[in-house]
Design a binder for this molecule. Structure first.
Ligand code: PGA
Length: 247
């Protein structure tokens, strides 16, 4: 595991984006694993800037996203498909047919999970996977558990996630109760992984992820076993590492 300390959010985003830009340059038809959330926004903005400058070509790039809410279609502005279109795909020359997000409207959820897992394999696997991290160490929708979640699966959202999302919907019935997410094993099969985190709320979990015991209580700790992981954090998210390791 490589841990890189960036100065601030902008620097973290630029460093992460440069790894993705290098991947696209080295292999124009690469498979990028992408993430939603607030952390990757700066990374996507930087990639869009480089595209606008004429320095990046997404025409052959393929993507697979980590997860999607069950019950939401891509036109719903709370769906992760909508997020990806809005924050990245609509602004670069990617072919939308080459972008993949689990189908939250699939009637047979297990069949959709199997299809998504098979799709990743058929694409030849993920060249670089981008990850954010939850304060509790979740990656994708893999929450702390008694075991590491394996392949793509349907996840019950926690009460706190459901409650937090309720404000975005007219009725409680519309609020997603489950999601489809790549499992920890799916993520671990990516050839290269880049995890980004910023802000003081992420400081303790970054220490646990990189230096704590490998345990499904901290799903991201599994990444210690992966041969090519780069963790990029701003100074605030590095604070507990600095305090405990004196660097
Ligand atoms: P955030 O979410 O980027 O909005 O902090 C990260 C995550 O929960 O994976």
């Amino acid at each position: 595991m490589k841990l890189i300390k960036a100065t601030d959010y902008k620097d973290m985003s630029k460093k992460a984006a440069s790894i993705f830009a290098a991947q696209i340059t080295l292999k124009p038809n690469c498979v990028l694993g992408l993430a939603t959330g607030s952390t990757p926004l700066g990374t996507y903005a930087q990639l869009i800037n480089w595209y606008n400058d004429g320095d990046l070509d997404f025409s052959q790039v393929k993507t697979v996203n980590l997860d999607e809410y069950v019950g939401l279609d891509g036109n719903n502005n709370q769906s992760y498909r909508y997020f990806m279109n809005d924050k990245l795909f609509n602004h670069v020359n990617i072919d939308k047919a080459n972008t993949n997000v689990p189908n939250g409207k699939a009637t047979d959820k297990q069949a959709e999970c199997d299809r998504y897992e098979a799709l990743i394999k058929a694409l030849g696997g993920i060249d670089v996977q981008l990850l954010g991290i939850g304060n509790n160490g979740h990656i994708g929708f893999n929450e702390p558990n008694k075991y590491f979640d394996k392949g793509t699966h349907e996840v019950n959202l926690t009460e706190s996630t459901i409650t937090a999302n309720a404000r975005f919907f007219a009725t409680m019935d519309e609020v997603p109760k489950t999601a489809i997410s790549m499992g920890v094993q799916t993520i671990m099969q990516a050839k290269k992984i880049v995890l980004i985190a910023n802000g003081p709320a992420k400081a303790d979990i970054i220490y646990e992820t990189c230096f704590g015991p490998i345990t499904p209580d901290v799903p991201a700790s599994a990444l210690q076993l992966h041969p090519d992981v780069t963790v990029i954090v701003d100074e605030e998210a590095y604070a507990t590492v600095a305090k405990k390791l004196g660097k």
